[in-house]
Design a protein around this ligand. Structure first.
Ligand SMILES: NC(=O)c1ccc[n+]([C@@H]2O[C@H](COP(=O)([O-])OP(=O)(O)OC[C@H]3O[C@@H](n4cnc5c(N)ncnc54)[C@H](O)[C@@H]3O)[C@@H](O)[C@H]2O)c1
Length: 352
C-alpha cells in the first residue's frame, strides 16, 4: 500500500529521534512491500527562526495532504527563558492541534518486564500496570480567552472554558476505548471546586447509560495523582481535561522507567498525529544520546492507525528485543553501558 507521511521533527532532539523512526519505517516498507513517501515541514522554534511563525501555512498544507503525521518535539531554551517573547514554539503546537482538530491525545502506558527495575517505583507496585490516558487537547486553560497580563504587568489571568460538544466527543471516545479493553473508565476532574469539571461530570453521567457494559467512576485529580503512583494497576482508561492530562501523563511516565519510552497518538476530525510524550530535551540535542523508542513506538501506533497491524506489531517486537538485549540509551542504562540513539535505531531496524 502507499501512504504519505508528514514528518515534523521540530526542535532539540526532535530531528535525531524522528530520523531513527523513519529508518525503522523504511525497513517496514521494504519488508512488507509498502511505499511510504515523506514530506518534512517546520514547526516550533526552528519554524520561528526560518519564517517568524511557529506553525507556518506551508506546514499545515503538508499535514492536511498526508495520511498521517509523525512529530518529534518542539521547544528551545531561548524562548523558555524569555517570558516576554511574543511568539513562542508552544504556540505552534497548540495552533497545529487546533487547526488539525486534534482534540484527543491517547497515551498508552504499559510496563516492559525487563525494565521494571528501572522504575523508581517498587516492582510489586508497577508490575502489570497497563492503562490508557485520554487527554482532551484543544480546550480548557490552554486555549480559553481572555488570557494575558494587566497593563501594569502585575496581574496575569487564564480562562478555563469547556463546551458540551468538546466534552461529549472526548467522553464518547474514551468510553469506546474502554469497551475494547477491560471496560473500566475513570473520569478525572476537580468537580468539588471547578465549574468546568462539574460540566464534565454532568455530561459523563448523561452519557454513561449508552455504555452499560462500562464501569464508570469519578476521581478528583489530586487523588488520581496519588493513586497513579500508589496503585497504577488499578486503572484501565483515564479520561481528563487538558491541563490535568498534561500533568498526570508525565507523572505516569515514571512507571515505565523513562519519558523516552512513551508514545502517543493525537486524533480528531482530520489526519492523526503521532508523537513521543516527551519534549525537545535540549540538553541532549546533537549528542546522539536521546532515547528514540518513544518515537519509534509512535511510528508503530501510526501504522496501526493506518490498519497496518502486523507491521506495527513487528516494530513493537523489535523494540522488545532491544530492551531484552540491553540495547538502551543512557536514561535506561547503567553507567558505561549506554548505547547511542543511532545504535538503538539501527538495532531495532535490523530486528524487524
Ligand atoms: N510535545 C512537545 O513538543 C513538548 C512536550 C513537553 C515539553 N516541551 C518543550 O521541551 C522543552 C524541554 O522541556 P522539559 O525539559 O520540561 O521536558 P523534556 O521532556 O524535554 O525533558 C525532561 C526530561 O526527561 C528526560 N527525557 C525526555 N525525553 C527523553 C528522551 N527521548 N530520552 C531520554 N530522556 C528523555 C530527560 O531527563 C529530560 O531532562 C521545553 O521547551 C518545553 O516547552 C515540548
Amino acid at each position: 500500500m502507499e501512504f504519505k507521511i508528514a514528518l515534523l521533527p521540530g526542535d532539540g532532539i526532535g530531528p535525531e529521534i524522528v530520523t531513527e523512526a523513519v529508518k525503522v519505517l523504511n525497513v517496514i516498507a521494504e519488508k512488507y512491500s509498502h511505499t511510504f513517501t515523506y514530506e518534512t515541514a517546520l514547526v516550533g522554534a526552528c519554524a520561528i527562526d526560518a519564517t517568524g511563525n511557529p506553525y507556518p501555512d506551508a506546514t499545515h498544507e503538508v499535514c492536511t495532504t498526508s495520511d498521517a503525521i509523525l512529530f518529534g518535539a518542539i521547544g528551545d531554551p531561548k524562548y523558555d527563558n524569555d517570558p516576554n517573547a511574543k511568539v513562542r514554539p508552544e504556540q505552534g503546537l497548540l495552533r497545529m492541534r487546533q487547526s488539525l482538530g486534534l482534540f484527543a491525545n491517547l497515551r498508552p502506558l504499559a510496563v516492559f518486564d525487563s525494565l521494571i527495575d528501572r522504575s523508581p517505583l517498587k516492582r510489586e507496585i508497577v508490575q502489570g500496570a497497563d492503562f490508557v490516558c485520554v487527554r482532551e487537547l484543544t480546550g480548557g486553560l490552554y486555549f480559553g480567552k481572555p488570557q494575558g497580563r494587566s497593563e501594569d504587568g502585575n496581574t496575569a489571568y487564564d480562562t478555563c472554558v469547556y463546551t458540551r460538544v468538546e466534552v461529549e466527543r472526548i467522553l464518547h471516545l474514551a468510553f469506546g476505548i474502554a469497551r475494547n479493553r477491560r471496560k473500566k473508565l475513570t473520569v478525572v476532574d476537580k468537580a468539588n471546586v471547578i465549574a468546568t469539571s462539574r460540566l464534565w461530570r454532568q455530561i459523563a453521567k448523561e452519557i454513561a447509560p449508552q455504555y452499560p457494559d462500562i464501569e464508570m467512576e469519578f476521581m478528583f485529580v489530586d487523588n488520581a495523582a496519588m493513586q497513579i503512583i500508589q496503585r497504577p494497576t488499578y486503572f484501565d482508561v483515564i479520561v481528563t481535561e487538558n491541563l490535568f492530562g498534561d500533568i498526570l501523563t508525565d507523572e505516569a511516565s515514571v512507571i515505565s522507567g523513562s519519558l523516552g519510552m512513551l508514545p502517543s497518538a493525537s486524533v480528531g476530525a482530520k489526519v492523526a498525529l503521532f508523537e513521543p510524550i516527551h519534549g525537545s530535551y535540549p540538553q541532549a540535542a546533537g549528542k546522539n544520546i536521546a532515547n528514540p523508542m518513544a518515537t519509534i513506538l509512535s511510528a508503530a501506533m501510526l501504522l496501526e492507525h493506518l490498519e497496518l497491524r502486523k507491521e506495527g506489531q513487528a516494530i513493537r517486537n523489535a523494540v522488545n528485543k532491544a530492551i531484552e538485549a540491553g540495547v538502551l540509551t543512557e536514561d535506561l542504562s547503567s553507567e558505561g553501558e549506554a548505547h547511542s540513539t543511532t545504535d538503538v535505531g539501527n538495532f531495532i531496524a535490523s530486528n524487524i
